[in-house]
Each structure stands twice: as structure tokens, then as C-alpha cells.
Design a protein around this ligand. Structure first.
Ligand code: GLC
Length: 419
């Protein structure tokens, strides 16, 4: 469903004094957690500063649904949307539809962002979008319950997590039947690709496809990682976990019904909100290791200007403002959206609102990329094949070893058509 909300700036007043006529820019953004609200507020600030008008094109929650919708608009060369919020795994898929910002944005401004994220947005030398916020998978836990059950620290390994989650779940279920040990993203979609990549990398099973494009997923460690995750379902995680996205997991954790949760940083700000049942009782740690160290999947969102936009100059100006330090700081403080501008990790107000931005900085700087770089235009097919294979293991339709063997054959077929 498409909702368009207009944010009117001081159009009349400023237009009267300005050479450039005010225009209306449409921005597609939203919608998980506070994303839409903070996007609207930022657009509103830019509209007020410049006298332009911004319309918000509200996007669906799931990244897969957003991609489908955006691909339709872009394939039709529609000028309806000027600026798109792009997932970090999309530049390779969508680069041809976006303005090269390298020639439009001063190099110093681009270089203020983390190098790796700028690289993820660069396709054949073209800067497809400006980084807006970054993401990495985190382990959330209930500090009060860890203490209650005699634990001093968050689990360091998946095996420890399973033991702790089971003990807490058994104890809590005496009074609360719906209490869960561990909630995460088990639905078959891009979010499952993110979670499962973390398991596989932490077991030493590689990142599905390596940097050179070779398929590496068919190995015993990857298989063991998937089998371990399958053992959580209906044990420390509810049967329904295989239908959860980010928001379902957050809903359960935030209402006090889970001991552990895997989620992105945005869940912190909401978990510490006034209406949260677990405010003041949340700890954040790196995800556990499967023997090869902990791994967090690199996520995050960028802002790109459509080549079909009829208002490119204004659209670029808006993207520069929204991706700039002032807005990134507000979003970090209000919504725990991780800045992509390095300097903001030293900002006292940002660190006060999100202490883990400082204590877990290495988690953010060493996050593992999904193989969107090497698989380019085929990334979406690769990711869907991977999440479907994982989903089969979680649902008991396949064992890890058989699933990674079949997946490897499926990926070879996709690669055969070129990536
Ligand atoms: C988050 C990440 C994004 C990822 C998505 C999966 O929004 O930032 O990169 O694709 O989750 O659900």
C-alpha cells in the first residue's frame, strides 16, 4: 500500500527571496521501528531550511518487499520517486538507475564515511548512494534475568547461549507460559540470510561465496552451524520463530517475554523507551562464537538519487543533508541508528545514548558483508537460494549437510548464467 505524506516547508516565504524555484522531492523510506518517523522528521527539517517540499513514499517493512516495489518503479523509469533508501546489498543490483554522486558530492564529504561502506556503494567506480546508517547483528539479553539465574556475563559461545536460554526459559515458564529463551529472525527472507551468515561464519564455514566469486558453502562447518540453529527451534526458541522478522522478535523481547534476542541496533532505542517493559534491563553483546570467533552481518541503508528524477539538483542537496553529520547525530541519539560518519563515534551525546556504540565499536567495524559484491546482479537470487536452504533445515525438511550440498549445486546453476 502506498501512502504519500506531504511535508510543506516555508515554500512561499523563501521562494519569494530565492532565485531557484522551490520544488517537491519524493523520498522513499521507512518503515521498521522508528525509521519512518525519523525519516519524516529529517525531511521536514530539510524542507524548512530550503523552502522545498518533501513527499514521503512509505516503504514496506521487509527489505525483499521494498526491493520488489522499487524495481518496478525503476524498470518503468518512473520519475515519481526522486530519492530511494537503498539496502547495502543493493548497489550491485540497481546501480544503473542511480546518479553517480562521485561527481556531485565533494570528496571530503564522501570520505567522512567509513571506507568499507563507501566501497559497498561504489560499483565500477560509480558512487551509487551516500551512506545513511549502518547495521550489525547484536545479541540482546536481559541483565536482570542473567543475575536471577546466577550468570555474570553474556554467553560467549552458541552452546553457552543454548544452556543459559534453556535454564532461564524453564524457570520463567513456571509463571509465564509464553516465555522464550531466544528469539531471532527465522522467516525465509533477507533477514534469515543475515542471521544464518552469522552462524556459518562464526563456525568457520565461510561467507557462502568468497571475494573472488567461488562458491564455498558446501562444507562441514557450515552444515554444523545450520544444524545447531535447527536444534534451537521448539527448544529454546518458539516454533513460531521460523515466521519471525525483526519486528516480531523485538515485540516479544520488548514485552518481557524472552531472555535473549538477535537484532540490529535500532532495537536498543525502542527497548529503552518509556513504554518498554524491559527498559533499564537490557544488555548488548557481540553474538556468540561457534568456534571461529563471533560474527555480525553488515547491514545498513543509503540514499540514492534516481536518474529518472526531474529534480536531481534538489534531490542531491537533500541526500547530502540527510546523510550529513547533523542528521546522523539526531538519528543516532533518538533511534540508535548507527552513524556511517566515523567522527560521530567520538561524540559524547551519541555515546551517552548508545554506550555500546563505543564498547562494541569493533563489532561494527569488522562486520561481515553478504556476498553482494562478488555476485553483483545475481545477489538476490543467491540470497534467496541460501535463505530457502536454511529455512528447510530449520523446518526439519533437510539436514545441514544435505542442504549445503544442494545449495552449492543451485548456486553453481545461478553462477553458470554469470555473476
Ligand atoms: C536491516 C539491515 C539490512 C538487511 C535487513 C534484513 O534492515 O540494515 O541491510 O538487509 O535488515 O532484514
Amino acid at each position: 500500500m502506498k501512502k504519500v505524506i506531504a511535508i510543506i516547508g516555508l515554500t512561499a516565504a523563501i521562494a519569494a527571496n530565492s532565485q531557484a524555484a522551490a520544488v517537491t522531492v519524493t523520498l522513499a523510506c521507512g518503515a521498521v521501528g522508528q525509521e519512518l518517523e525519523l525519516c519524516k522528521a529529517g525531511a521536514d527539517r530539510w524542507a524548512k531550511k530550503t523552502g522545498n517540499t518533501v513527499k514521503i513514499f512509505e516503504s514496506p517493512n521487509l527489505t525483499n518487499d521494498r526491493l520488489g516495489l522499487y524495481q518496478q518503479q525503476l524498470a518503468a523509469k518512473s520519475s515519481d520517486i526522486d530519492v530511494y533508501q537503498l539496502d547495502v546489498v543493493w548497489p550491485g543490483l540497481l546501480s544503473q538507475h542511480f546518479v553517480d554522486l562521485k561527481t556531485k558530492v565533494p570528496a571530503a564529504e564522501v570520505n567522512a564515511h567509513f571506507k568499507g561502506i563507501v566501497a559497498a556503494n561504489t560499483v565500477n567506480g560509480k558512487l551509487v548512494a551516500l551512506p545513511w546508517f549502518t547495521d550489525a547483528g547484536l545479541l540482546y539479553y536481559r541483565t536482570d534475568l542473567l543475575t536471577k539465574y546466577g550468570y555474570k556475563t553474556a554467553p560467549k559461545t552458541w552452546a553457552e547461549l543454548a544452556t543459559m536460554a534453556k535454564k532461564i526459559q524453564t524457570g520463567e515458564q513456571k509463571a509465564n507460559k509464553s516465555f522464550a529463551g531466544y528469539v531471532w529472525q527465522g522467516k525465509n527472507y533477507e533477514g534469515l540470510t543475515c542471521d544464518a551468515l552469522e552462524w556459518v561464519v562464526s563456525f568457520g564455514g565461510g561467507a557462502i561465496v568468497d571475494d573472488k566469486g567461488a562458491i564455498t558453502i558446501n562444507n562441514a562447518k557450515a552444515a554444523a552451524a545450520l544444524d545447531a540453529a535447527a536444534s534451537w527451534v521448539k527448544n529454546i526458541s518458539p516454533a513460531g520463530v521460523t515466521t519471525y522478522g525483526e519486528e516480531e522478535a523485538r515485540g516479544i523481547f520488548q514485552s518481557g517475554n524472552a531472555a535473549f534476542m538477535r537484532n540490529w541496533p535500532y532495537a536498543w532505542a525502542l527497548g529503552q523507551g518509556e513504554d518498554s517493559k524491559v527498559k533499564g534491563k537490557i544488555g548488548v553483546a557481540p553474538l556468540p562464537s561457534g568456534g571461529a570467533g563471533n560474527a555480525a552481518t553488515l547491514g545498513g541503508w543509503q540514499l540514492g538519487v534516481s536518474t529518472y528524477s526531474k529534480n536531481q539538483a534538489a534531490a542531491i542537496a537533500m541526500v547530502r543533508y540527510l546523510a550529513g553529520p547533523e542528521e546522523q547525530k539526531i538519528r543516532a541519539i533518538q533511534g540508535a541508528y548507527n552513524p556511517t560518519i566515523q567522527a560521530l563515534y567520538k561524540d559524547p551525546a551519541v555515546l551517552k545514548a548508545n554506550p555500546f556504540f563505543g564498547s562494541l565499536l569493533n563489532v561494527f567495524t569488522s562486520a561481515v558483508a553478504r556476498p553482494s559484491g562478488p555476485t553483483k546482479g545475481k545477489y538476490n537470487q543467491v540470497s534467496q537460494a541460501f535463505s530457502s536452504a536454511v529455512s528447510d533445515v530449520l523446518n526439519g525438511k533437510s539436514k545441514g549437510a544435505a542442504a549445503v550440498a544442494k545449495l552449492s549445486t543451485d548456486l553453481a546453476r545461478i553462477k553458470g548464467r554469470g555473476w
